[in-house]
Design a protein around this ligand. Structure first.
Ligand code: NAP
Length: 251
């Protein structure tokens, strides 16, 4: 049987796709054949244009995902615009850095709410449709901090470790319905999320010295894994967290 990485005829919903990893994934899904809805709080003009340039339909759904308030509406608008959701990519995320001994409750709640709580309830809302239609793909953006503790980012480590857990929990219950749930754990990728680390000469050097590939990742480095996990080629892959990290975790 031919192995297919094509997303022709599929529809995708990607969160936080105005920039960075989310933008690279949204455009790659379109390049592979999918129509794409983008959900986020900033205008994703560049991403919409790139998807249309790839010859696919692009839809913008304005939503602040720091709470679950817009979740039902986001799914409704995506289905109204594209007919159904075959692929959900939970990419939107934030990070807050501070020393452990003074880390605030506000920085704890903000990161857990956006990176973990909304991810779960948006997945739940999209999965209801996927179960009804007999299949789908959910791809969560995890982190190296799904496996490690990190430095000065305790709420991020907790949220991303939680993403690994709910990825497996959702995979177990949705597998009988033809829905695969996986996560991608990006390594150190040059985006807004890591701007502070890139600007810190010492941390930048320490990070580069530890990456076997010897360079920061580019958002486009994540795109191939996302297309694989969105495509029929991964139909027997579920509950997996795929590191795309230039070898960091192997070190
Ligand atoms: P980024 O450039 O900061 O992108 C984050 C995206 O999430 C942006 O589109 C952002 O929108 C959106 N977002 C944040 N809070 C939101 C909210 N309340 N409502 C709607 N959208 C919101 O960083 P990135 O590196 O591409 O991050 C994408 C994902 O990869 C995140 O989950 C991050 O944790 C994860 N990740 C990144 C790295 C890395 O090294 N860069 C490594 C591991 C995991 P705005 O532009 O409006 O803020």
């Amino acid at each position: 049987m031919a192995i297919s990485f094509s997303l022709a005829g599929k529809t995708a919903l990607v969160t936080g796709a105005n920039t960075g990893i989310g933008q690279a994934i949204a455009v790659a899904l379109a390049d592979a054949g999918a129509d794409v809805a983008l959900a986020g709080r900033s205008e994703p003009a560049e991403t919409l244009a790139l998807i249309e340039k790839a010859g696919r339909r692009a839809v913008n759904i304005a939503a602040d995902l720091s709470s679950t308030e817009p979740v039902a509406r986001v799914v409704e608008e995506a289905v109204a615009a594209l007919g159904r959701i075959d692929i959900l990519v939970n990419n939107a995320g934030i990070i807050r850095r501070d020393d452990l001994l003074q880390f605030s409750e506000a920085d704890w709640d903000a990161v857990i709410d956006t990176n973990l709580k909304t991810l779960f309830f948006l997945s739940q809302a999209a999965a209801r449709g996927m179960v009804a239609q007999g299949g789908g793909k959910i791809i969560n953006i995890a982190s190296l901090l799904t496996f490690q503790g990190g430095i000065r980012v305790p709420s991020y480590a907790a949220a991303k470790s939680g993403v690994g857990g709910v990825t497996k929990a959702m995979a177990n219950e949705l597998a009988p319905h033809g829905v695969q749930v996986n996560a991608i754990a990006p390594g150190y990728i040059a985006t807004n999320n890591t701007a502070a680390l890139q600007a810190d000469e010492t941390r930048n050097r320490q990070i580069l010295e530890r990456i076997p590939a010897g360079r920061w990742g580019d958002p486009s480095d994540i795109a191939g894994a996302a297309v694989f996990l969105a495509s029929p080629a991964s139909n027997y892959v579920t509950g997996h967290v795929l590191a795309v990290d230039g070898g960091w975790l192997a070190r």
